[in-house]
Each structure stands twice: as structure tokens, then as C-alpha cells.
Design a protein around this ligand. Structure first.
Ligand code: PEP
Ligand code: MG
Length: 571
């Protein structure tokens, strides 16, 4: 008997495969004991994981020598000390030898014991040390798990998990995972953005997934509607194949728009740029006739690994993106690590209470001088091969842009000293912090262009975490306050003759295109998979009519009124 339930579609695509259920977190490990004959081997497994974690710390410290703030060094040293702490090491060993716990469960049991001690403390500082311990235990556990080879499927697997990090997606795909169903997460998360880029179907917020799906079950996933069918019957399979055919037909229809202009019915050209995270995205953007790359998320180069990419490696990636667009501009966004884009190189601070409001985006770049200068030099070198722009994420004030421009000029000068003749690329600011949006007139003469990051702007304006599925519909760009602020920023760009784009996921939602056009937007940047559909919608819009309705849109008092406006605009 098949069962069906739904989460939210986060990355399009249909998939049929066998489930691989993952309960990764140390806190999820249930009681497991090993037979007496395996106790020695289990203790040795733990020792090996401990040694691997120590080695990881040593390598990290060495690699980041000089590029780290004092706080970050202290943080790494503290973790290295904890790994050597005889009390922790002996307690784990005793749990395996005396209780015959598995190494994984020993970690969990020790973590629970320590949590009870720490939680009874009054001192807030000491209490917070539990996070360090939990982090270290998590690292040891990661090494333990790594030693157990993951089961491999032959016909593709569907990963069923509580959550998936952006840093593991590419690896999972390489291992043969054809789709992911996660109990948590949201379509706006960076994991979702990356899954779309990798064409890896993803359903998030499927709260029943872990309870309903067992390892090895056959599962059918629709990454567009969010539907998950466990143990599909003949009728489900027929529907699946019909959908496959229908999708192929739609793709063929859209293909005819490849070489058509993105022009409204009344003859206004709208610039459609692409968001890219990889060389494949750039190739697709070029093939689909994108006006350029409006957002190249460089941080994805840093996420899949434990070592920082050096200048040459970055240069090659950036140069290939520039060559891939053959003369159309490529906008490189400088490193936007932090919050849910926590890397494994050790750059992101792991112990922030509120990472979304912490050291992320340009703040992190300005903290790590060498890392930032290396990136700017690599971008400047790539500019010798075609037009390049530099976009700064998470700008909250003018001073940050001024500082970055100074650093960019220095990077260009350094590159010129090596005989590479390049000009200083245009510099832009992401508008995704409400204060930057409200105070946009303070920025316009410090930047050459602006790009509105609605994913973050909406979360910060509405105080709704973009990754928190429990907040459901509260996360929506269709809020009168959001629309007013968008109109304000777009208007400021127009008045100051500074190009303004929207590069958040809102730009890729074709349903919202008439609304953005009415607010005055003339430049969109979206994932290449949505380019042709948006072009089709734009070709059906009459800008004059939309502009005439703009005042009504800005008077809307709630989401329903905005939805009504949208229905009227498209009827
Ligand atoms: C945004 O915030 O809208 C954006 C484009 O940046 P990211 O999604 O990478 O945070
Ligand atoms: Mg952002």
C-alpha cells in the first residue's frame, strides 16, 4: 500500500529511488551495545576518530596561520585542548569497555552527562562552554561516521534526513543520491538554492518523512509540488511517467524562446541576468541568452572542503566564468559565508549566539584581511578576460562599501604590478539589510550598481528566519512593507542613475514578475532554470498598464490585497 504526504517543493524535478534514511546527529543515536568480542575494536575505532579530529584541528590551524583573528585562534586552540582532555577521553573509553557501548552511543551518553552538569551551573559563561564540548563531540562523531562507508545504491538513492547542509550536497549527488527529502528546512535556504543549481530535486519541511519512510523503501519525489509517495503503486508510477513526458514537452516549448528578446508587449527591454554557483550554471546562462551573470555566489567554492582555495584556484574558476559568458558581464559576489552557509574551513565562527545577525558576508571578509585580498586579486585577474563586476554582500552602511572599494583598488594595483592590465571593476552593494535599503540615498554615490537580495531583506524586515519552516507563510515578500521598501530602493536607483536588479529568489518567481515591473524594476537575476519562463511572462506584459497600476499596489494593506492586485494584473 502506498502512502503519500507532502512537504514544500524546493528544487524542481521528479525522482524515483530507494530511500537512504539518515539520522546524523549525535543526539539522535539510540542505545547501542557491542558484543564483548568487539569491545577492543570499538575502543580502537574511537581512538582513531579522536586522532583524526586532532589532526583536523592541527591542519586547520596551520592552514589559517596569519589569516585568523585572535578570537578564532583561541577558539581552535580551545577545541584542540578539549580533544586531549584526559577526563573526556578516559570517560569515553570507560563507557565502551565497562558498559560495552558503541563508540557513537558512548559519545552521546557522555554528552548527555556533561549537559546535565553544565545546565545546573549558574555562571552563564561556564554554561556556554557546553557548546564547545558539543561541537567537539560532533566532530569526533563525524570522523566515526566517515569510517563506516556509506551504503551505496545501484539505482540511485533518495536521502531522507532531518536537514541537509549546503556543504554536503555536491558530495551526496556524486554518491548517487538522486533526490533529497528533509523533515526540516525551507525553500529559501542556501541548501535549496544550491540544490536547484545542481538540479537535485529537494523537498523540505516534510515533517513526517523520518517517521514514515524506512531505509530501502521505494520512494517517488516531486521537487516541484513537494509530494512524496512511499511504496508507489502502478497508478502512481503511471502518473510519474506522464509527468516526465509533460515536463519534457514544456521544456521543448520554452526552448523556442532561447533567441527571443526579453521585451514587453510595448517594446521595453528587460535585462535578464543569471544567478550562478558553478561552471554548469554559467554554460546554461550563456546558452539561454542571459544578459550576463548578475550574481555569482563565490562562497560555494569554499563550502565543499576543509582547505581554503588559494588565489590561483579561485582565479581559474572566475576566469572560466568570464570566458563562459563571452563578453557579457559576470558579477562576482565576494564571499558571503556565515549564518546557514557555515563552511568547514574554519572561517565561520561556530559559537555565535545569533549567526544570522553575526559575522557574515562583508563583515567576515573584513575580519580576514588575507582571505579577502586573495579573493579580490583573483577577481581582478579574471577581469583581464572580459567584463567583471564586484558585488558586496550584507552591506549595512556606507563605510563598508568605501572600505571595500579601497581594498579593491589595492588588489587591482597589485595585479597591475604583475603586468596584468585591468581597470578597477564596477563595485555594487547587495541591498539585503533593511537599514541599507531605507538609507539607500546614503549609498548611491558610493556604488556603481545595486542588487536587492530579497531572500535576506525579507527575513530581516519581517524578523522571520528564512530557514525556519515552522514560521510557514509568515515569510513572504508579499507584505506591504516589503513592497514599499522595494519601490524606495528601485526609485533611488532610478533617481541616481544607478542600475538596480533583484537577485533574490523573488526575481525567479514568474508569478511576481508583473509586480516587480510595476515597482519599476528593469533588471532581474535568477537561476538559469527559470530564465525562459520569465522571458515568456515578460513578453506577455504591457509595461504601461502595469505602471499605471503601481499606485494601487503600493496602497495595498495586506497580502490578500496584493494577491488580488496580482490576479487583476495578469487577467
Ligand atoms: C539574497 O539574500 O536575496 C541573496 C541573493 O543572497 P543569498 O540568498 O545568497 O543570501
Ligand atoms: Mg543574501
Amino acid at each position: 500500500m502506498s502512502t503519500t504526504f507532502a512537504g514544500h517543493g524546493a528544487a524542481r524535478g521528479l525522482a524515483l529511488g530507494r530511500a537512504r534514511v539518515r539520522l546524523p546527529h549525535v543526539l539522535e543515536i539510540g542505545e547501542q551495545r557491542v558484543p564483548a568480542s568487539r569491545v577492543e575494536a570499538e575502543a580502537a575505532r574511537l581512538q582513531a576518530a579522536l586522532e583524526a579530529a586532532r589532526e583536523e584541528m592541527r591542519a586547520l590551524r596551520e592552514k589559517l596561520q596569519g589569516a585568523l583573528s585572535r578570537e578564532a585562534v583561541e577558539f581552535i586552540d580551545l577545541h584542540a585542548l578539549l580533544l586531549d582532555d584526559p577526563e573526556l577521553v578516559n570517560a569515553l573509553d570507560a563507557l565502551i569497555r565497562q558498559e560495552r557501548y558503541s563508540a557513537g552511543y558512548a559519545l552521546r551518553a557522555q554528552r548527555d552527562r556533561l549537559a546535565a552538569v553544565f545546565e545546573s551551573m549558574d555562571d552563564a559563561y561556564l554554561k556556554s562552554r557546553l557548546d564547545d564540548l558539543a561541537h567537539i563531540i560532533g566532530r569526533i562523531n563525524a570522523h566515526l561516521q566517515r569510517r563506516e562507508p556509506l551504503p551505496r545504491g545501484t539505482a540511485g538513492e533518495i536521502l531522507v534526513c532531518d536537514n541537509v547542509a549546503p556543504s554536503e550536497l555536491a558530495q551526496l549527488q556524486a554518491q548517487g543520491v538522486v533526490a533529497i527529502v528533509s523533515a526540516g528546512g525551507s525553500p529559501l535556504s542556501h541548501s535549496a538554492i544550491l540544490a536547484r543549481s545542481l538540479h537535485l530535486p529537494l523537498v523540505v519541511g516534510a515533517t513526517e518523512a523520518l517517521a514514515r519512510i524506512n531505509d530501502g523503501d521505494v520512494v517517488m519525489v516531486d521537487g516541484e509540488t513537494g509530494q512524496v509517495v512511499v511504496d508507489p503503486g502502478a497508478a502512481d508510477l503511471r502518473r510519474y511517467h506522464q509527468r516526465e513526458l509533460q515536463d519534457a514537452r514544456q521544456r521543448r516549448d520554452l526552448e523556442r524562446l532561447r533567441r527571443k528578446p526579453s521585451r514587453t508587449l510595448d517594446g521595453i527591454d528587460i535585462a535578464l541576468h543569471a544567478n550562478a554557483e558553478s561552471r554548469e550554471d554559467v554554460a546554461r546562462a550563456h546558452a539561454l541568452g542571459a544578459a550576463g551573470v548578475g550574481l555569482f555566489r563565490t562562497e560555494f567554492l569554499f563550502l565543499q572542503r576543509t582547505e581554503l582555495p588559494d588565489e590561483d584556484e579561485q582565479f581559474h574558476v572566475y576566469r572560466d566564468a568570464v570566458l563562459g559568458m563571452s563578453g557579457r558581464p559576470v558579477t562576482f559576489r565576494t564571499l558571503d559565508l556565515g549564518a546557514d552557509k557555515a563552511d568547514r574551513t574554519g572561517l565561520t565562527l561556530a559559537n555565535e549566539d545569533n549567526p544570522a545577525l553575526g559575522v557574515r558576508g562583508v563583515r567576515l571578509s573584513l575580519l580576514y584581511d588575507r582571505v579577502f585580498d586573495t579573493q579580490l586579486r583573483a577577481i581582478a585577474r579574471a577581469a583581464a578576460y572580459g567584463p567583471v563586476r564586484v558585488l558586496v554582500p550584507m552591506v549595512s552602511c556606507r563605510e563598508e562599501v568605501v572600505l571595500v572599494r579601497r581594498r579593491l583598488r589595492r588588489a587591482v594595483a597589485a595585479v597591475r604590478r604583475h603586468g596584468v592590465q585591468v581597470e578597477v571593476p564596477p563595485l555594487g552593494a547587495m541591498i539585503e539589510v533593511p537599514a541599507a535599503a531605507i538609507g539607500v540615498y546614503g549609498l548611491v554615490d558610493a556604488v556603481d550598481f545595486m542588487s536587492i537580495g530579497t531572500n535576506d531583506l525579507v527575513q530581516y524586515m519581517l524578523a522571520v528566519d528564512r530557514n525556519n519552516d515552522a514560521l510557514g507563510d509568515l515569510y513572504s515578500p508579499l507584505h506591504p512593507g516589503v513592497l514599499r521598501l522595494l519601490a524606495h530602493v528601485i526609485g533611488a536607483g532610478g533617481a541616481s542613475r544607478i542600475p538596480v536588479a533583484v537577485c533574490g529568489e523573488m526575481a525567479g518567481d514568474v508569478r511576481l514578475a508583473p509586480l516587480l515591473l510595476a515597482l519599476g524594476l528593469r533588471e532581474f537575476s535568477l537561476h538559469p532554470s527559470g530564465l525562459l519562463e520569465l522571458r515568456r511572462t515578460i513578453r506577455e506584459c504591457r509595461l504601461e498598464d502595469l505602471t499605471a497600476r503601481a499606485a494601487r499596489l503600493l496602497q495595498a494593506r495586506d497580502r490578500n490585497a496584493i494577491e488580488r492586485w496580482l490576479s487583476a494584473a495578469t487577467s
